[in-house]
Design a protein around this ligand. Structure first.
Ligand code: SF4
Length: 235
């Protein structure tokens, strides 16, 4: 099944502590009035300018094998390959916060307003992650309707450019998913436009399938280690 989904900006809960943490700011840091002004205006701009849309399309494990292989540039051993083979359901997805918000971030940097640009960029990146979570929740609710046993499943997203799935995998993913229908395009460097967009695969299945030991060769240079928190949050 292929569906286009829409959300309102108010569906995204912007967690101040998480956003500040993403900027490396400790929770007990004393912040200046100017910082608070820029933060407040960035939050307002997000709710004013964001237009949230997404596309989700189910795909079989057999067909996803080709999508994942992409241009053949993936790391030989990677967690995504191990996980998708054990999944109960797979869906390609792409979500976006829309062109207007993304263009505003670019405009602020182009005009030399780096503090505001950096803040709006942080807020938007955080919101794009949360939008991906909304897409995952949407898929889970669809799955539960058709298969109640899937209510205990966990749906997590995995994207080209991370964890051994080479960024060139975007090409095959776009070829099959066709997110141009909701205004998301790909350039020759495999970067998406609008910039505040996320694409990849939603993998649904028992929580255990998403657990792995993050000791792949590329994990040595990973600065975020986001898999650790995702695995900790598995219920
Ligand atoms: S440590 Fe980083 S690169 Fe390795 S699996 Fe986790 S998130 Fe991916």
């Amino acid at each position: 099944m292929r569906s286009i989904v829409e959300f309102g900006p108010e569906d995204i809960v912007l967690d101040r502590l998480d956003i500040l943490r993403s900027q490396g700011i400790p929770r007990d840091a004393e912040l200046t009035d100017n910082f608070e002004r820029i933060y407040g205006e960035s939050i307002e701009l997000f709710y004013e300018l964001a237009v949230l849309r997404g596309i989700i399309a189910g795909i079989t494990i057999k067909d996803f094998r080709e999508v994942f292989r992409g241009e053949g540039d993936n790391e030989k051993e990677n967690p995504v390959e191990e996980i998708y083979r054990k999944s109960g359901h797979l869906a390609l997805f792409a979500v976006t916060l829309g062109a207007v918000l993304s263009e505003k971030v670019t405009e602020l940097f182009d005009n030399g307003d780096y503090a505001f640009g950096y803040m709006l960029d942080s807020v938007s990146s955080y919101a794009a992650d949360k939008l991906t979570d909304l897409a995952a929740a949407h898929l889970k609710s669809d799955l539960i309707e058709s298969e109640p046993a899937s209510s205990s499943w966990q749906v997590l997203s995995y994207s080209p450019g991370y964890c051994g799935w080479n960024i060139s995998g975007q090409k095959k993913l776009f070829e099959v998913l066709r997110p141009e229908e909701i205004g998301i395009t790909l350039n020759d460097s495999c970067l998406m436009s609008p910039i505040k967009s996320v694409s990849g695969v939603l993998i649904a299945g028992a929580g255990e399938i998403h657990e792995f030991v993050n000791s792949y060769t590329f994990c040595d240079i990973c600065r975020t280690k986001t898999c650790t928190e995702r695995m900790r949050n598995l219920k």
